[in-house]
Write a protein that binds this ligand. Sequence first.
Ligand code: ZN
Length: 95
Amino acid sequence: MHTACLRLVVWQARRPSSSSYHPQRCDHLSARVHELERQVEELKEAIEVERQVKQAERLLKEEEKNKRMCKICHGRQVEILSLPSKHLCMCAGIV
Ligand SMILES: [Zn+2]
């Protein structure tokens, strides 16, 4: 017996006014439950992909932010353009 069929039997057994188990309904509902379970798996995979994309975006954003941070104090954003080297690596707090 499929898991879905077993669930149907259990579900029917829990209902006090439930009629007896109907094997002819089992296959139909079983197929439907299997289809829904497949859809649930697909949605879980989609959610996982979405989670990974968001994580990658977060890391990129973090990396982008770090690029603009002062390389000396790491506490503020770069503001000073050093000349003539044109290095853009420190905040106004350093000079
Ligand atoms: Zn700084």
